[in-house]
Design a protein around this ligand. Sequence first.
Ligand code: HEL
Length: 349
Amino acid sequence: AALPAPDLAGLSTVLRSAVAQGAPGALVRIDDHGLTYRVTHGVADRDTRRLISTDDRFRVGSITKTFSAVVLLQLVHEHRLSLDAPVNRYLPELLPDDRITVRQVLSHRSGLADYTNDMFADSVKGFEAVRNKVFTYRQLVALALQKPRTNAAGAAYSYSNTNFVVAGMLIEKLTGQPVRTAYDKRIIGPLGLQDTFYVHPDTAIPGRYARGYLTPDKAGAPLVDATAQTVSWAQSAGAVISSARDLDVFYGALLGGKLLPAARLAEMERFTKVDGTTAYGLGLRRRDLSCGVSVYGHTGAVQGYYSYAFATKDGGRSLTAVANTSNNGKVLGTLAGVLESAFCGEPKA
Ligand SMILES: CC1(C)S[C@@H]2[C@H](NC(=O)CCCC[C@H](NC(=O)C[NH3+])C(=O)[O-])C(=O)N2[C@H]1C(=O)[O-]
């Protein structure tokens, strides 16, 4: 059944609420079978007061995880990787348990602890300690292996950035190239994504971008400009830079079957239930909306930026929304409202 038209007034209300709750600016772009809708509110830069634009580039955080999962599923299709093989077959002795498989890593069921919990326990201090640091993948995995595992291999869903650091190691081992090359050759180039970059460990966002502001833990403390950072603490788990247009193209193409053969996309869409309305596949989230529509994509939270990027099952309608703050649970929750407005239309009277 055709979807109702996006509720533009509803989108504007969500963005205004996000700004009222502390985001300097917010944006949403919808691409719907060739039609484009754009809504913005607030500023990209608190000093110059430049208004935010849907053309502004931003850090996508964990939306990066879908990029990494796509590359690995392409390698599965090329018979260079088996989802049900142990990670240690490809990266000998990396993990303390030979039973942890590639599929468990990509679906957050490996039990590997998330090193960012300790790293960012104090949000501003933790960020300032790493914003200019460059980590190796092995250093990040070593941090994770210092903590007890959250569950036995495959026994439960437990979100962990460590899983997609391991994914980056698999990509580099199997392709013999840096993750940047794999993203460029297998996704960014073929889709013609002009605003999408993996520049790690550079700290600058190329071209025109929205500045990102970290909300301190202490209520009322001033926002911290977090725009410049290496994002080396995340890399293949969170360091991609992109734009609303490019992410709409990316998820539209992925769900539209243009990036992976149907059998591999089906693997990505084997979901583990997370809560009443969300489930996680392989580097892909599913969100079940109030109107019975399910949308597929990922969310992102990196210092200075919250983002949502989701599309319909066939990729015909895709949405990207961004607020240029983070560590502000109200804004993260409010921003989710764009999905209802975009895919369920105006609320029934
Ligand atoms: C599950 C999430 C929301 S968190 C996860 C990943 N982002 C991180 O793990 C970064 C955590 C620190 C970010 C920082 N928070 C703190 O410092 C808190 N003390 C802030 O908000 O700027 C990402 O992106 N994912 C989102 C996802 O996948 O949806």
